[in-house]
Design a protein around this ligand. Structure first.
Ligand SMILES: Nc1nc2c(ncn2[C@@H]2O[C@H](COP(=O)(O)OP(=O)(O)OP(=O)(O)O)[C@@H](O)[C@H]2O)c(=O)[nH]1
Ligand SMILES: [Mg+2]
Length: 425
């Protein structure tokens, strides 16, 4: 099965917890802090693999989860980081953020790899948290939560030449004659349901990859027929080949076919019309074709190559013309730098540091920052509790609670953690 569009949830591994411990030696009752740091949680990495040609494997996974890093231990023993989870994707895969639309990665070469969701850093142990003013801290951090994000994964095939045209004009017949590809060929419309790739070798040693696409009809860019589902696969191709049935055997007018397809390409993505294009007048072995070609040529400025895909006539010249065109057409990136998430220098985000609601007689505090502080706190000692309280205070939570009328001893809740409100802090 050919799958080229998947949305999936990624949950990278949390960092391991930092450790709180003290150095012990004979005759020394309590030495300095020696709790080690937690290890890094597993990153989720996507890696391009030329052996794959579909996103089928991702289809059946709702969520990919990373592993937590190891916890730190005494004697400044740091926890081991968890190995990354590596997901293989076909070359040509584009990963984007469905919320912002920014591209996270565009894989165009075998072996390329990008971290799509970052594992959390390990929490610091009390050895690492010692400062001049507090040389023996009695607290340690928990690991940072791993990145949690939804991503849109799309395959946009990597081919040099894309074959477009109405159904049954002979696109699949052509690719089967010029490459080793063996697509289904038949007289009914929409025989081809998925794109096929074929490697073409020109006599002089040059070679290129051709993509045979399902047929297009009027309104394809708005979903008619097989719609525009497959047009994305020609976005990367450098040269287009427009195949036209010059026999007009099905009763359509070849020139109208040409205009219709050009319009659909433009509506899908105006850049498609900027690509160099070769027009093939196919089925020249049929009776009426010669007559139709004369009329067609009068209306179209571009050079038209008469061929018979079925009888393998006129193909050699076309292959040389394509190889020459490809030599003159530089490879371009599909996306400009600005479309990538990592190049966004500043993005305005509406930030709500926290919200307070009154629920079941409790003050409930929510917010990404507050929740992260909680998740990274180990409530082991008075000092760690104090540190947690100070962080909340710095965010302005205490002032706000007081303002809202919180009283000594009231219950405050963050996630599933509850504590008493105290005015003395
Ligand atoms: N006479 C003649 N018939 C051809 C030629 N090329 C293709 N055909 C016939 O046209 C019909 C359609 O051919 P396909 O190659 O399946 O056409 P297609 O463009 O891939 O069609 P879809 O996949 O449905 O879009 C088949 O019956 C072919 O045998 C040709 O050069 N001459
Ligand atoms: Mg076909």
């Amino acid at each position: 099965m050919f799958v080229d569009d998947v949305t999936i949830e990624l949950l990278a591994g949390d960092g391991g917890n930092g450790c709180m411990a003290y150095h012990r030696e004979k005759f020394v009752e309590m030495g300095g802090p020696d709790g080690g740091n937690g290890g890094h949680g597993s990153d989720i990495i996507f890696k391009a693999d030329e052996g794959l040609n579909t996103l089928l494997d991702l289809r059946f996974q709702k969520m990919i989860k990373g592993k937590k890093g190891e916890n730190g231990q005494g004697s400044t023993k740091h926890g081991k980081g968890s190995s990354p989870i590596v997901i293989k994707v076909p070359v040509g895969t584009v990963v984007s953020d469905p919320k912002t639309g920014y591209i996270i990665a565009d894989f165009t070469a075998h072996g390329e790899e990008v971290i799509i969701a970052h594992g959390g850093r390990g929490g610091r142990g009390n050895a690492a948290l010692a400062t001049r003013t507090n040389p023996t801290p009695s607290y340690a951090e928990k690991g940072e939560p791993g990145e949690h994000r939804k991503v849109h994964v799309e395959l946009k095939l990597l081919a040099d030449v894309g074959l477009v045209g109405m159904p049954s004009v002979g696109k699949s017949t052509l690719i089967s004659q010029i490459s080793a590809a063996k697509p289904k060929i038949a007289a009914y419309h929409f025989t081809t349901l998925n794109p096929n790739l074929g490697m073409v070798r020109v006599g002089d040693g040059r070679s290129f990859v051709v993509a045979d696409l399902p047929g297009l009809i009027e309104g394809a860019s708005k979903g008619e027929g097989l719609g525009d589902k497959f047009l994305k696969h020609i976005e990367r191709t450098r040269v287009l080949v427009h195949v036209i049935d010059m026999s007009a055997f099905e009763g359509r007018d070849p020139y109208e076919d040409y205009v219709t397809i050009q319009k659909e390409l433009e509506e899908f993505n105006p850049n498609l019309l900027k690509k160099p294009m070769i027009i093939l007048a196919n089925k020249m072995d049929m009776e009426s074709a010669e007559e139709n070609l004369k009329k067609f040529k009068k209306k179209v400025k571009e050079k038209v190559y008469p061929i018979s895909a079925m009888k393998k006539e006129g193909l050699k010249e076309v292959l040389y013309a394509l190889a020459d065109l490809l030599d003159q057409t530089p490879k371009e990136d599909l996306y400009t730098k600005e479309k990538f998430e990592k190049h966004v220098l500043y993005e305005y985000k509406e930030e709500v540091p926290f919200t307070i609601t009154r629920e079941n007689n409790k003050w409930v505090i929510r917010g990404e920052k507050v929740e992260k502080i909680l998740k990274m706190t180990q409530f082991l000692t008075d000092e760690s509790v104090l540190r947690f309280a100070q962080k909340l205070k710095r965010l302005g939570i205490d002032d706000k609670l007081r303002e809202l009328g919180a009283k000594e001893g009231d219950t405050v809740q963050i996630l599933d953690f509850e504590f008493e409100y105290s005015e003395s802090l």
